[in-house]
Design a protein around this ligand. Structure first.
Ligand code: GLU
Length: 417
């Protein structure tokens, strides 16, 4: 949407929470401003011999509660305001689940679907070298996000290690397991979405078994969410990717669809099954019990919020719902479980990965999943209770906890010098 600035969303949400918490401007003014923003030019030798220069960013929104933490996005629509918003959401995400990090985010303006393996590696390596002065296991730890994956994290780890002259696995999380990645990290965000969906149903006195679910986005988060929610006995009736969506009111064969998509960069439009075709706009408006937006920002906005029929929205993506849409959904009685809680599973297991890297002591997958569930269950219950006590929606409840934690840390540390 033209003129849409996701960072305005962030500031509005901080203001709302700070007002309810009774804070003065001086208590939380610093939260509205990212601590550090770096813009870099990333020259890469392309396969045809030409040199292309890509724009890159790394923003550290806050390091008050610990090192900055957050993913790196490779996408053609990356811009500074988006990265700033994504960095701020990381600050509040880490705060709401109580892990000792601030928030950061990075991105490179490129279309990874149009790049060769060699070109992608060139971007990852040179971008890492350009942001190397501000990242590190003690200062800012990147991770995967839209358009990046474990392989890219491996290149980041190697590049940073080459610069330092020794292996530094803790500089980045979401790495391949063979070079220090945590077991369960690849599935962690989707697992967290599933855990949160189950918890939301329970809190509403319902059972997820038999519920109908639509998932927008079939990247890492959407596909794992769909698989794991289906395993809970829910019926996934629709999923979509960049090429459009598929629908079957009796339920889709998610395993078959995920296997198809994974088999060599396939798109959903080419999937041949017993399905009806729907668009990415239509999938949001389906009459389902649960909607999981797991694609990009600004999907549910003032233009379509009134028409949403889902009763529960679990935000797998970051920032899929605008502030205006939130108000509309609130009035309609739709329960929206916010991104900073619903998709926090990824960064929680990133935290486990970083801890394991620092200690050089590795956990089995069961330990990862058990600890992840414990943190997400506790965080969900805390958010649900504070929202009920204050008669606010779940997003505001989550921000009450998160903003309070960051403000408390800011006050305890004081403004330097
Ligand atoms: N990019 C993910 C997110 O938005 C993961 C961040 C991380 O693991 O640091 O939460």
């Amino acid at each position: 949407m033209s003129g849409y600035n996701p960072y305005d969303n962030v500031v509005a949400t901080i203001d709302r929470a700070a007002k309810i918490l009774g804070y003065e401007q001086s208590d939380y003014e610093s939260l509205k401003h990212p601590e550090r923003e770096l813009r870099v030019s990333v020259p890469v030798r392309m396969d045809d011999g030409s040199v292309k220069v890509f724009d890159g960013y790394r923003v550290q929104h806050s390091t008050v509660r610990g090192p900055a933490k957050g993913g790196i996005r490779f996408h053609h629509a990356v811009d500074n305001n988006e990265v700033k918003a994504l960095a701020a959401w990381m600050t509040f995400k880490c705060a709401v689940v109580g892990i000792p990090y601030g928030g950061g985010k990075g991105g490179v303006v490129c279309d990874p679907t149009k790049l060769s393996q060699n070109e992608k590696r060139g971007i990852a390596r040179r971008y890492t070298a350009m942001i190397a002065p501000i990242i590190g296991p003690e200062s800012d730890i990147p991770a995967p996000d839209v358009g990046t994956n474990a392989e890219v994290m491996g290149w980041i780890m190697d590049t940073y290690s080459m610069i330092k002259g020794h292996c530094v696995p803790g500089v980045v999380t979401g790495k391949p397991i063979a070079i220090g990645g945590a077991k369960g990290r690849a599935e962690a965000t989707g697992r967290g979405v599933m855990i949160t969906a189950v918890n939301t149903c329970k809190a509403l006195g319902k059972d997820i078994k038999g519920m109908s679910v639509a998932v927008q986005g079939m990247g890492n988060v959407g596909s794992i969410s769909a698989l794991l929610i289906e395993q809970q006995g829910a019926k996934i009736v629709a999923v979509s990717d960049v090429s459009g969506g598929v629908y079957n009111k009796n339920g889709l064969n998610i395993k078959e669809i995920v296997t198809f998509l994974d088999s060599g960069k396939k798109l959903l439009k080419d999937y041949q099954g017993d399905v009806e075709r729907i668009s990415n706009d239509e999938i949001l408006l389906l009459d389902v019990d649960i909607l999981v937006p797991a694609a990009l920002e600004n999907q549910i906005n003032a233009g379509n919020a009134e028409k949403i029929k889902a009763k529960i929205i679990v935000e797998g993506a970051n920032g899929p719902t605008t502030v205006e849409a939130d108000e509309i959904l609130d009035k309609k009685g739709v329960v929206v479980v916010p991104d900073i809680l619903a998709n926090a599973g990824g960064v929680v297991v990133s935290y486990f990965e970083w801890v394991q890297n620092i200690q050089s002591l590795y956990w089995d997958e069961e330990m990862v999943n058990t600890r992840l569930k414990a943190i997400l269950d506790d965080s969900f219950n805390a958010v649900w209770s504070i929202a009920k006590e204050n008669k606010v929606n779940t997003r505001t409840g989550a921000y009450l906890i998160a903003v309070q934690r960051v403000v408390e840390a800011t006050k305890l540390r004081g403004i330097w010098p």
